[in-house]
Structure formats: C-alpha cells, structure tokens
Design a protein around this ligand. Sequence first.
Ligand SMILES: [Zn+2]
Length: 383
Amino acid sequence: MSDLSKTAVFIGDTTLRDGEQTAGVVFSAKEKISIARHLDAMGVHELECGIPAMGREERSSIRALVDLGLSARLITWNRALIPDIEASISCGITAVDISLSVSDIMIENKINKSRDWVREQLKRALGFAKEHGLYVCVGGEDASRADSEFLIDLMRIARENGADRFRFCDTLGILDPFTMFEKVGALTAAVPELDIEVHTHNDLGLATANALAGVKGGARYISTTVNGLGERAGNAALEEVVMALKVACGIDVGIDTRRLAAVSRLVGQASNRTVPAWKAVVGEKVFSHESGLHTDGVLKNPSNYEGFPPEEVGLTRHIVAGKHSGTNGIVESYRQIGIPVSREEAQQLISKVRSTAQRLKGPLGPKELMSLHQRMTLSLAAA
Ligand SMILES: [Zn+2]
C-alpha cells in the first residue's frame, strides 16, 4: 500500500448544503456567514454552500458568502441543467457540483430516463460549465448502487469534457468500508486522471469509516459536515474524519483541529441540535475519566488512556468522582474544587462517594463532594 501520510487529502465541507438539508434544519444568512468564517479560519479547503436554483433568498445568501472573499473555495450544488448552472454563475460562484442520478434504480424509477440520457445530459451541462470557466465536480448520486462499468464510462466522459473531479456518493449510506475501498480502488485504477471525492452517509453508522476507506482506495477529496449533520442519519462528520485521518491514518490535512469543538458548538446551536456530551471527538464529556484504573493511568500520563489530548480538539479533561472512582481520582476531584485531601482521607471517603453516586445515579458535583468532606472532618473532630 502507498504511504498514506504523503497523500494530499482535501476536505469539502457541505454543512451549508447537505447539512442544511437535514429535516427541520434551517440556517439564517447570518449563521451561514458565521459557520463559513469559522470553517475557513480553521483551514477547510472547500465549502459547498447552497443550491442557487432554489430561489432568490438562497442566491443572495450565497452571494453574501462569495463577498466574504474567503480562502476556501466555494462550490454550489446543481442539477445537470443549464439554468441551474446559470443561477450559480449569477451568484459569482466559480466552482460547481453537477449532480446526476447514476444508478439504474434512480434512472428508471426517479427520473424516468435512460443511461444514454444521463451521458448526454452530463456532456451538455459540463460543456456549458467549462465554457464559462468553472471548476467542475461531477456528482454521481447513488453511485454506490450504480453499475461500475457505467460509472467508469461516465468518469471518462467527464474527464474528456474537462471535469475536475468525480463525486462518488453513497447516497443511501449502505456500503461497508471494504466494499467502498474496492469500488473506489477500481474507479481510480480505470480513470486515474480524474480525482475522486467520497460523499458518505451515516445510515449504518459507517460514514466516517467509509470516507477513510475511500481515501485508502485512492480518493483525494472527502465530503463532510460539522457534527455529521445531513439527510436522514447524516454525513461523515468533519471532526471525526479530520481526527481519524490524523490519528489513525497519519494524514494531516492541514486543518487547525483546536477549533473543532468551537465550530461543533456553533453548528449545534444554529441547527438546533445540541451536540451529545458523548459525541466522538467533540462531545463535552469525551475526555472524562472516572474508573479507578483509568483515572490513575491518566493522572500518571494522559497518553495511557487518551489517543490524543483534549486540547488538540479544543476540549478539556475532566476527572469525575463517581461509583467507579479510586483513591487517586478522589484526591484529584477534591483538588479540582480547591480542597486538598490526602490519600488516607480519600480512602475513607471512597465508600461514601460510591454510595452517593449510586443514589444520584450519576457523578458527584462540588456540592456533594464538599458535604462528604465536611461530614468526614466533623466526625474526625468528634472522635
Ligand atoms: Zn448527501
């Protein structure tokens, strides 16, 4: 296998397009600007920022993003129709995704056309976009269920007509990483001149895994959304993809990961979908340690039980006093609230901490810790 750490991988974030397509999610123009600025500041390479054909309001919010003059490339989503591409051009956009349904299921049952129609439509729309000097990503909707020979055919047509990359969409989120690896590998081998992007959905909880498998198969672009927002179960999450590439594959995509937690909170608020405390990479509590062995290990050296430090994603570590706490964890919990406790005292407190946690069905807060400490000091004074 090639040395992946030397592979250049680009992130095309679609929070502002697929993310906003999440049922019930709407961003205001102001929120879009704020999200775009955050993503740009952290170094995300490309932002898919809307669908100009939707109407005047969408176009004016896209225009406002264009006017920000961001470093990230802005790209819009278009059907393979000339009026759609004209609408994109009218917003000042210079890069377009031209989407076509490519599986026979969709060609027959959704658009009621033929493979030939898809080929012709691709040539027409792509030709128009290239005449206007646009960067073009050809989006293969439902590519994961499409016939691979037909996909290769479309990719060759795309390349011959000047396309810049091909988006392989697992639109329904039904692939497993091994199949994704094989499919992308076969396409890369057949049409090596055309870059592939993987756009993966999370219906089986495999979106991030499939995105990585796509990269291992030769894809150079990954489509993501912050917090994994998106149609149905969502898309591959930006924070997971970036950190998984970095930690598991040794690929640094050049994004400032320390901003991940902040952008996650921002999008959580704007989408009205609070980020669960246990959400991978950016959840507020994912660097919490309670059990005796783990806490002891982390206090000796965080790398004993943390694959990457919380600061790397903009979070902090918490030592939690609860049912599974050990002596060192209790000493640390008291130290965090400004009460120095010796190991001997912590040992006396252990059973009380455990029974309180059992009663609370959760960890002890500063109030409970202080009251246990007070009772212990009083009983020692009385003795
Ligand atoms: Zn999608």
